[in-house]
Design a binder for this molecule. Structure first.
Ligand SMILES: [Zn+2]
Length: 255
């Protein structure tokens, strides 16, 4: 068993102290992390840089267990792009994380997407469609589909099935470069089953959105989705491992 959690956040500067042991118990060998928590919706460049420093240090301590997406606030332009390059080329990070500082299909984001394409690096995009209280720059599956249409080479992971499985699957289904992850409290075994049936098991990744939620129940909703063994292997780790294996960077990879 070589399962990978494709969507994890640090708790402050650290991985939650119990995460690695929980992973040992549940068969999860790698956690692919980003920062974002606690910085506000549009953090300053210094806040983002410091948080990426924390993630880089965690990766250094646990290179066999932890990988990282570099978080960027696209409003910071060229200096954020330089930081992204440095994290990938010199610090073992493997991907890009976008949250709610801009919509994901804003032209401000395009240089980051183009750089991620050059690295063949996965791009984890927060997406969530709410009935009320949508944040002003919170992407939905429609924005993800728009970005995927513009950049068919980008390896995009739409987080949380964007919170609504039926509407999101409908929108991203035409774009084979868009994957999705299983994290999010509205996503249960039934939603995972729908996603696998409609998108195919190769486009669905196990993710928990740790910390602050239960890793075991997030594993449980995939185990409870009625997948066959091959599908389960792909969702629980095979797909993310293939994405990690595809990353082209100049550092000596240990992922
Ligand atoms: Zn998240």
């Amino acid at each position: 068993m070589n399962w990978i959690d494709a969507h994890v956040h640090l708790q402050g500067a650290q991985l939650h102290p119990e995460t690695l042991q929980e992973g040992d118990r549940l068969g999860i060998t790698r956690f692919v992390c980003s920062t974002v928590v606690g910085m506000g919706y549009s953090p300053t460049f210094d806040q983002v840089r410091e948080s990426n420093d924390h993630l880089s240090a965690v990766i250094e301590r646990h290179p066999d267990r932890v990988s990282g997406y570099c978080y960027v606030n696209p409003r910071h332009g060229g200096k954020a792009l330089d930081d992204f390059r440095r994290r990938i080329e010199d610090q073992r990070m493997i991907g890009l994380k976008l949250w709610v500082a801009t919509l994901c299909d804003d032209p401000l984001v395009f240089p980051f997407i183009e750089q991620a394409i050059a690295y063949r690096a996965p791009i984890l995009i927060h997406a969530w469609r709410k009935t009320v209280g949508q944040l002003p720059y919170e992407s939905t599956a429609a924005h993800v589909a728009n970005l995927a249409e513009r950049y068919p080479e980008a390896r995009i992971i739409m987080a949380h099935l964007s919170g609504q499985v039926e509407s999101s699957v409908q929108l991203i289904e035409p774009y084979p470069n868009v994957y999705t992850d299983t994290s999010g409290t509205p996503i249960g075994g039934g939603e995972v089953a729908i996603a696998v049936r409609r998108l195919g098991a190769k486009r669905v990744l196990f993710g928990s959105d740790l910390y602050g939620i239960c890793l075991a129940s997030n594993v449980g909703k995939v185990l409870g989705a009625g997948l066959n063994d091959d599908e389960l292997d792909l969702v629980m780790g095979g797909n993310m491992q293939a994405l990690l294996d595809g990353v082209v960077a100049s550092h000596d990879k240990t992922i």
